[in-house]
Design a protein around this ligand. Structure first.
Ligand code: NAP
Length: 258
């Protein structure tokens, strides 16, 4: 995908995906590269997985880079966006995808350290990355616009009782963040939307102590199956694209009806 403005050469759109080394982020990176984006993925510690995504994209003739950066640490987020600027010049799209959950437990078992980890990565991280993106994309700062997609979760509606209410609540915060930021920057050339995946086959469920969670829950999905990361990536890429040019502040369920 490229945008041609009057009197300008074809501009390659640039996309930063946080947590792009695995799962939904990796699927989004691969699809975005196919659609013509120059892609930067960030990751926390899984360098080999991040390099594999980059290598796949380069092998197909695309542009990609990977940067280790913890989205919950402000200095690392600033360094991440600086690296994107240095390599690609500008940023036209952001996917706030990095997210974590922890061992399934009830609220009455959760300590403050865990709550801080969940909210720091899932909520503070998304705010910090969006802040850096807005400072580059917004017409208020001389930018030429852009699009942001936040990863929420169907858990924001369901609450994840007995599993991870903290995670679900952090995604509720992402829904509200999406609505507020979308309205804040709507007349500055930036669209902000969210995708709420349902149960998707990725490694995140193993972090909760139940690698087979999707198979356990698939009977509760009206479509009677779990989703694939590529199906979420399709929704994300649509929201980023000009086909969604009048869509902002939207929260799109990709849940098989759950
Ligand atoms: P995943 O397979 O566990 O991958 C998580 C990714 O985030 C990895 O690339 C990981 O990097 C990165 N990451 C974790 N903490 C980070 C941090 N502090 N800074 C930077 N990167 C970090 O997750 P997923 O299932 O694809 O989920 C992606 C997003 O979709 C998350 O926001 C999740 O909450 C949401 N979601 C997922 C589902 C589902 O069923 N899978 C459902 C609803 C919503 P490393 O590889 O270096 O660890």
């Amino acid at each position: 995908m490229g945008k041609v403005c009057a009197g300008e050469a074809l501009v390659t759109p640039t996309l930063l995906i946080t947590g792009g080394s695995r799962g939904i982020g990796a699927a989004t990176a691969r699809l975005a590269a196919q659609r013509g984006y120059a892609v930067c993925i960030s990751y926390l510690r899984n360098k080999s997985a991040a390099e594999a995504v980059v290598d796949d994209i380069l092998a197909l003739g695309g542009r990609a880079m990977a940067i280790a950066a913890d989205v919950g640490i402000e200095t690392e987020v600033i360094r991440l966006f600086g690296a994107v600027n240095a390599q690609y010049g500008s940023i036209s799209a952001l996917v706030n995808n990095a997210g974590i959950l922890e061992q399934q437990m009830r609220v009455d078992q959760m300590d403050a350290a865990r709550l801080l980890r969940i909210f720091t990565t899932n909520v503070v991280g998304s705010f910090l990355c969006a802040r850096e993106a807005v400072r580059r994309m917004s017409s208020r700062y001389g930018g030429s616009g852009g699009a942001i997609v936040n990863l929420s979760s169907g858990a924001a509606r369901l609450g994840a009782p007995g599993e991870y209410v903290d995670y679900a609540a952090s995604k509720g915060a992402i829904d509200t963040f999406t609505i507020g930021l979308a309205r804040e920057v709507a007349d500055e050339g930036i669209r902000v939307n969210a995708v709420r995946p349902g149960v998707i086959y990725t490694e995140i469920h193993a972090d909760g102590g139940e690698p087979q969670r999707v198979d356990r829950l698939k009977a509760t999905v009206p479509m009677q199956r779990g989703g694939q990361a590529e199906e979420v990536a399709n929704a994300i890429l649509w929201l980023l694209s000009d086909e969604a040019s009048y869509v902002t502040g939207a929260i799109l369920d990709v849940t098989g009806g759950r």
